[in-house]
Ligand binder design. Structure first.
Ligand code: UDP
Length: 303
């Protein structure tokens, strides 16, 4: 296993130092971007709108096309994207992110340019049943992430973890080594770095020759970062996974299964971090309902 583990030591306030082990620093950048502009794939396009049209009869929610995929289908789609050559990326949305995208053109663009977007929150699935067609299931970032780790181990794909605090990303690496012993971890880096360090981090990822990149820096930072840097990383596929490193490393507990299945996962998270999340859930969820109503009324008028 090649573990490079370049980490930044920077706290939020200070400058960021990127450390890389000798193996990585001394080896020349060999991997070129996988991007071949001419290439096409039935289910793979550069825009979520086209992905929606081509590979699943999903639903447009407040301008965001959400693909109607099961988790298995999402993994199969990612396999196709990887085989056609990259770079590609996926994203997941919950109510708060849909609302944020409605107000933030940069986030919206990052979601529209994703190869696919799935429903991270039950509220998105519920909205789909009102707007139609109802999504088959929600495919959360964390569940897809775990599935992809197992898949990467099986398929001998290398992975790179970018995001969260140092202790979280290290905890995740430890967990991944225990749970997926044959998984090839190309490297990792915390998510607290200055924008000016992005290029050095991309170079590190490029040198690591990672196939899959998981970015856990919260929204909109992770989606926007992936969109604007994926070409420089040379990875085949990237996914924004939000708070997954914190959950999997055990820093933050995930809701019990019954809460996840009944759409109450947000409540569990809210109780754990009310100061940070009250705005997201209380204001975000109401704004989401308003957006769905607006879309319903608009749709009825145009009929
Ligand atoms: N984070 C980061 N860099 C930042 C801001 C946040 O790496 O500049 C990390 C943070 O430590 C946490 C994750 O991003 O691990 C954000 O999780 P959040 O709960 O907001 O994501 P969600 O799952 O709700 O999308």
């Amino acid at each position: 296993m090649k573990s490079t583990g370049g980490e930044s030591t920077a706290a939020e306030s200070g400058s960021t130092r990127v450390e890389m082990d000798n193996e990585v620093v001394n080896s020349p950048p060999q991997r070129q971007s996988h991007f071949h502009p001419g290439e096409k794939l039935k289910c793979s396009t550069s825009s979520a709108a086209r992905a929606l049209k081509n590979c699943s009869n999903g639903v447009i929610i407040a301008g965001i096309p959400v693909a109607n995929l099961t988790e298995d289908e999402a993994v199969a789609l990612i396999d196709e994207l990887i085989s056609v050559g990259g770079p590609h990326y996926g994203a997941v949305v919950n109510a708060a992110k849909v609302v944020a995208a409605d107000r933030d053109p940069e986030l919206k663009r990052a979601l529209l340019e994703a190869d696919f977007v799935t429903a991270d929150g039950m509220s998105v699935v519920w909205a789909s049943s009102v707007l139609g067609p109802r999504l088959k299931q929600r495919v959360t970032g964390i569940d897809l992430f775990e599935r992809l780790l197992a898949h990467a181990e099986e398929q001998e794909l290398t992975v790179y973890f970018l995001g969260a605090r140092d202790e979280s990303v290290r905890g995740l690496v430890e967990l991944a080594r225990n749970r997926f012993p044959a998984l090839r971890i190309a490297g990792y880096h915390n998510g607290y770095f200055q924008e000016s360090d992005s290029e050095a981090i991309c170079e590190e990822i490029m040198r690591s020759r990672a196939d899959l990149l998981f970015v856990a820096m919260g929204s909109p930072r992770q989606e926007v970062w992936i969109k604007s840097h994926i070409l420089l990383t040379g990875v085949r596929f990237a996914l924004g996974v939000g708070g997954s490193f914190d959950h999997l490393s055990g820093k933050v507990r995930r809701a019990p299964k019954w809460m996840q299945n009944s759409g109450l996962e947000w409540l569990h998270r809210f109780v754990q971090e009310p100061a940070r999340l009250w705005k997201r859930y209380l204001i975000g969820n109401s704004a989401f309902v308003l957006l769905i109503l607006k879309q319903l009324v608009g749709g009825a008028r145009s009929r």
